[in-house]
Design a protein around this ligand. Structure first.
Ligand code: GZL
Length: 306
């Protein structure tokens, strides 16, 4: 639910704990809740006082939260922008208040890059490319491969870029066609509802490309309700590699997952301390991530942290 709270802090007598205002997208997916937990745990470990706000996937709530952090004169603001556009005004207000801003997870399309100090997160185009490249290999020798795409939140950087990367990669195999593409808003219920509609309007679907595990898991429910076998009658490719997705992959209901790490907290706290101390930081810090086949998921599951 929406709300804000404070955790961490108390870096010891004398030196004041760094205060961070963090505006989170929401709690729409397993990735997001893992990311929230990691940011909160990392703040505690780093002795950072965290003022946390959940925007329930609404941009106006994020803008309100950032304005509130400015009023509270926090030392640094970090946020994951739910969509790419519409941030310049509030980021200018933070700049005028001399409060540095760090982008984490998702990006903004502001021309003026002086509005934030750095971007910490994944290369979403690369993630889409990895998904497409796997399908190109898997489709060798097939005459026609019909794909339906479950897009993430409309206007969100991961949705825009994962679509772009996938489309780029599948150009290598003209027999692969995206016959339908619609947003499921990164949620399980959204993925299920859109997949139900796709199944009604497209008789022969071969593959689902879902921009996150949660929509892929929703699609599995719709595919099974239609009497088809997910992973066999209709193959599924997703992005994230959270526990529920990796479990479905190990069971063969999903065929391939591109990892997107939510564990950004430690790097975020380090960057925040450097930025507040006036040290220079890279303008972009990209996270390390890999991909998983069914066999790799079976091996990796026991040691996964989220
Ligand atoms: C990606 C992140 C996306 C995840 C989804 O970094 O922004 O948002 O892929 C989440 O699961 O909802």
């Amino acid at each position: 639910a929406a709300g804000s709270g404070s955790t961490g802090g108390g870096a010891g007598a004398g030196d004041k704990a760094l205060v961070m205002g963090f505006s989170q997208v929401g709690a729409e997916s397993g990735w997001r809740t893992a990311n929230t937990k990691n940011v909160q745990d990392s703040a505690k470990e780093a002795g950072v006082e965290l003022k946390f706000s959940d925007a329930q996937q609404k941009q106006e709530n994020q803008i309100k939260a950032i304005r509130s952090f400015i009023q509270q004169k926090v030392d640094v603001i970090a946020f994951s922008p739910v969509v790419e556009t519409g941030w310049d005004t509030v980021l200018l207000e933070a700049k005028r208040a001399n409060i540095p801003v760090i982008l984490t997870d998702r990006a903004v399309d502001s021309e003026d890059t002086s509005l934030y100090k750095t971007f910490l997160g994944s290369d979403f185009v690369a993630e889409g490319k990895k998904a497409g490249e796997w399908l190109v290999k898997d489709s060798e020798g097939q005459s026609a491969v019909n794909v339906v795409e479950l897009q993430g939140t409309t206007g969100a950087a991961p949705a825009i870029d994962r679509k772009e990367g996938f489309a780029e990669a599948i150009k290598a195999a003209p027999q692969i066609k995206v016959v339908a593409s619609q947003t499921g808003d990164f949620t399980r219920s959204g993925g299920k509802q859109v997949m139900e509609a796709f199944l009604k309007s497209n008789p022969d679907i071969d593959v689902v490309y879902a921009h996150n595990d949660d929509m892929g898991l929703g699609a599995i429910e719709a595919i099974e309700a239609a009497g088809k076998v997910p992973g066999k009658d209709i193959k599924i490719i997703t992005v994230d590699a959270v526990k529920d997705g990796m479990t479905a992959l190990a069971e063969g209901k999903i065929n391939f997952i591109v990892e997107c790490s939510p564990l950004l907290g430690t790097q975020l706290m380090d960057l925040a301390k450097k930025v507040v101390a006036g040290e220079s930081v890279p303008e972009r810090v990209v996270t390390e991530e890999t991909t998983f086949t069914q066999e790799q998921a079976k091996k990796a599951l026991p040691s996964r942290k989220y």
